[in-house]
Design a protein around this ligand. Sequence first.
Ligand SMILES: NC(=O)CC[C@H](N)C(=O)O
Length: 219
Amino acid sequence: MRVGIVTFPGSNCDHDVYHVVKHACGADARYVWHKDRLPEKLDAVVVPGGFSYGDYLRCGALARFSPVMEDVAAFANAGGPVLGICNGFQILCEAGLLPGVLMRNASLKFICRDVTLKVDGQETPVTRGLVGRTLTMPVAHAEGNYFADAETLDRLEGEGRVVFRYVGGAPNGAARDIAGIAAGPRRNVVGLMPHPERAAEAILGRDDGKRLFESLLAA
Ligand SMILES: NC(=O)CC[C@H](N)C(=O)O
């Protein structure tokens, strides 16, 4: 199992994802610089969190133009599993690989705290065997307020593509308490605002997030 981890100028969770994939899960991980092509024979792609291009003009709005995104789109459209975490979720929305947009938090403040998520909707490559469970992991973002028009939200819900919801209300104002969604021919493109890679080892306090990587790596 070989996972490509895309690094943009300003990514800061790429090393955490690398550590979890390689050392916590024992799979092959490699960084992919945003100006390079995706290597052949990748089994999954992770677009990690951070502050790509300093979050100018809007989180992910510049990163979507990076050369690697053409390959990420082709990989996704061919059914390859793609996981976008936080800034990665924002980038996938800006790139049109996921519907909707992440706006400034309703509080206009950066939020950094643990949240509880319900795994919802239909199974995806990162939620196999997890639907109906609750998982706890941190959020750390200024723009996690998920928005899409009512028709898009209804379609996402109707198709079982709302795959993570905040339990007890969204901390950021997200529509319908949405923390993560899926798209793609096999619901293979998944984005979520919380950080599973920051809750992936019991010795560091919690390993709920590791479940998502285990699912992805078994995909
Ligand atoms: N942790 C992150 O990936 C942060 C995402 C983005 N820079 C924000 O603040 O919303």
